[in-house]
Ligand binder design. Sequence first.
Ligand code: UDP
Ligand code: MG
Length: 321
Amino acid sequence: MDDHKKQPKLIIVVPCYNEEAVLPITAPMFLEKLTELSASGKISDDSRVMFVNDGSKDKTWEIIKRLSVENEHYIGITQSRNRGHQNAVLAGLMESKDICDITISIDADGQDDINAMDAMVDAYISGCDVVYGVRSSRETDTFFKRFTAQSFYKFLAAMGAEVVYNHADYRLISARVLQEFSGFKEVNLFLRGLIPLVGFKSTSVEYSRNERLAGESHYPLKKMIALAVDGITSLSVKPLQLIMTLGIVVAIVSFIGCIWALITQISGRAVAGWASMTCIICFVSGVQLISLGIIGEYIGKIYMETKQRPRYIISERTYDK
Ligand code: UDP
Ligand code: MG
């Protein structure tokens, strides 16, 4: 059995996009947690908080640079432009994997309870390589957000994309897992679906999720739907199989329809069947268009994958690599 390091070097990876309102509030909270963890001897004292500026249009990067001057425990990298949450987290994780033992990724807005980090580190020390932060309740969410989020997980599961229920991107990952994960080259990133595929011993830790401390959410319904579609199509080909099933069902129904039409014709009872014709045409062309759309989504994914573009581009660091 491989025993995990007793005092691992931790890097807390924090993606930040236009977070100037919340960063001055949450950055000291992350640092305080880091100090507390190293004071209690759970992590080494050269642990760090790494901010990943995701091409923010406001003062976020200036704030990160200032923080890194004020305290050596803060470090920062910036992406050359906005690439989205998943790519920002990936940039931070890949940047960290060679300079630490464990990482914990967490949102910048203070929604995820930082106190769950103690249990996460404990789980690592007792032998786990991945620790998922799982939300225990969604009381602070609006009904709409709760409902859409729940539908999101159910839909993902039904479509063959297994993800940890109520787990977003708050998790501990060891450097060892990140080394293996760096071999997953896909550009269509859905981290919470991919990390379980790497394997290794994992567990989850419950935490309560609060409201955003300041600033605005970047995940309106439109982005949530996009994330769901991305999640499904990058983890599973079940929708393609469903099209096949649907095609077979429609074909059988059409066949029965043909026989019925033939009998009506032969028995001389055929009338101008405008309504039934219209319905059938509308239905079948609808099915065809949806099917084409789904196939198109996969082709689009293949197209993007074949380009093999870099998944993140770091334009500046607050430290020397
Ligand atoms: N984020 C990012 N790039 C983006 C959008 C968001 O790095 O293009 C970061 C954001 O700064 C935050 C995290 O991703 O730390 C989650 O975003 P947000 O809190 O807006 O989403 P929500 O919690 O509402 O789902
Ligand atoms: Mg948030």
